[in-house]
Every structure is written in C-alpha cells, then in structure tokens.
Design a protein. Structure first.
Ligand SMILES: *Cc1c(COP(=O)(O)O)cnc(C)c1O
Length: 240
C-alpha cells in the first residue's frame, strides 16, 4: 500500500535534510574504510512512499530507488520521474514475467529456480537482467536468501544461467544488539564477496556488495558495502 497523498511541505524539507546527513555519514565511513565517497552508492528505498516524495528525493540527487513489491512498483512507476530502479524484495517465480525489463536489477535472487525463471523471461524479452544473489548471512529461518553453507555452490550454478548476469551479493543481517555484532555479519559478507570475485566466474561482473539499511549503513560501509539501501532514515517512518 502507498501512503495517503498528504503533501506535507515540512516532509519535503526533511527529505532534503536527511539526504544531506546520510551522504555525509556515508562519506565519512567510506573514508575510514580507505575508500572515497563515490565508492558507495546510496539507494533510496521507496516502499510505501508516495510518488511526490520519491520525486522530491530524485530532485535532491537520488539516482537509484529500491522497491520490494512488483505490484506496488508498477503502480507507482507512471508517476515517477525517470530513475534507475532495483527490485529488493522477495520475488515469487510467478511474478517474474511482470518485472523483467521494468527494473535494471533484481537484488533478491535467492534460488537457482528463481534465477532460471528470470533468465528464461529475459531471453524471451531479448534482454539480459542484472541480478544479485541474496545471502541469508544470519541463518535465520524467517528470512529468505541463499543458505550460507551452500552459497558458493549455488552462486556458481546461478552464474551459468543464460539471460542473467550476476553482479554481486546482497544481504540483510539479523537484528543485532550492538555495532560490533552487526559489523561481524557485514565482514563475513565482504569475505564471501572477495572470494567470489576472485573466482572470476564466466558471465559475471562481481562488483556490487549491497548491504546496510537505516540502522546500520555506516557499519556496512566500514565493512566494504558498495551499495546501501536506506528507507526510513530518508522518508521517515513507514505507514502501512
Ligand atoms: C525496507 C528495506 C530496506 C530499507 O529499510 P530501512 O530500515 O527503512 O532503511 C532495505 N532493504 C530491504 C531489502 C528492505 O526491504
């Protein structure tokens, strides 16, 4: 569901302010990890946010948005200023047909079966779809994502599928008590990312490590994230 179309002047100003603060924090964390601010891309996660506010974020320099649900994104798309978009939410195979060609990347590929369906639909559309493999880094039952122990094997299988190009990894760590605990999950992801990249698998371009959200994007950047997905810290608390 999209929020009620309350146009709130104050909220426009908040979005602009929040983006400036977040950019500064990302830049600082990137520097601390020995990288430049440009090494980290900021995605605005726009689930439940009305197009007016998304367009305002775009006018403030956002060049990448992330949506969780196929239907919600396709419903909002006609009202959005042109902007690169990724699907970041769990995707069912029966919805693949609708989203292929509508976003530039699907970050939430969590099985060979889903990857194969995206590949098939992409070939039918005459395109290649960029994807990330989502890893269940915390081994949580409640979360989707490829199991940690079989990650390298599944990634190798996904990389062989025609019609898609594997561009890296995505993860959502468990809710943690403190900074050190969440950094350990991000660090684990970064090691997998470096390992996979070093394999130079055919037909892949492993360059994106998508991790970090409102509560932990600085920790993620300190541990090597190249793309942070930030929602509520930009737009405010979500109203479902
Ligand atoms: C909602 C969501 C985000 C952003 O969450 P915030 O805590 O609001 O920043 C990031 N990634 C995924 C996959 C999400 O579903």
């Amino acid at each position: 569901m999209t929020e009620k179309q309350l146009i709130d002047k104050e909220r426009f100003a908040d979005i602009e302010y929040n983006l400036a603060v977040i950019r500064e924090r990302i830049a600082r964390a990137a520097q601390q990890s020995g990288r430049s601010a440009e090494a980290v891309r900021l995605m605005a996660v726009t689930k439940t946010v009305a197009p007016e506010y998304i367009n305002h974020a775009i006018s403030c320099g956002i060049d990448l948005i992330g949506e969780n649900k196929v239907q919600e994104y396709l419903g909002k798309k006609p009202f959005l200023t042109e902007c690169e978009a990724h699907l970041i939410g769990h995707l069912q195979t029966n919805k693949v047909r609708q989203i292929v060609g509508e976003v530039s990347m699907i970050q939430s590929v969590d099985s060979v079966k889903l990857a194969a369906e995206i590949g098939k639909r992409s070939l039918m559309a005459g395109i290649t779809t960029d994807v990330l493999a989502e890893i269940n880094v915390g081994g949580e039952e409640s979360k989707s994502g490829i199991e940690w122990d079989s990650a390298e094997e599944i990634i190798a299988e996904i990389s062989e599928i025609k019609g898609i190009k594997l561009c890296g990894l995505m993860a959502i760590p468990p809710i943690c008590e403190n900074s050190a605990e969440v950094r350990a999950f991000f660090s684990k992801m970064n090691r997998l990312f470096v390992d996979i990249r070093a394999k130079k698998l055919d037909n892949t371009d492993i360059s994106i490590l998508s991790m970090g959200m409102s509560s932990d994007y600085e920790e993620a950047v300190l541990e090597g994230s190249t793309l942070v997905r930030v929602g509520s810290s930009i737009f405010g608390r979500r109203i479902y």
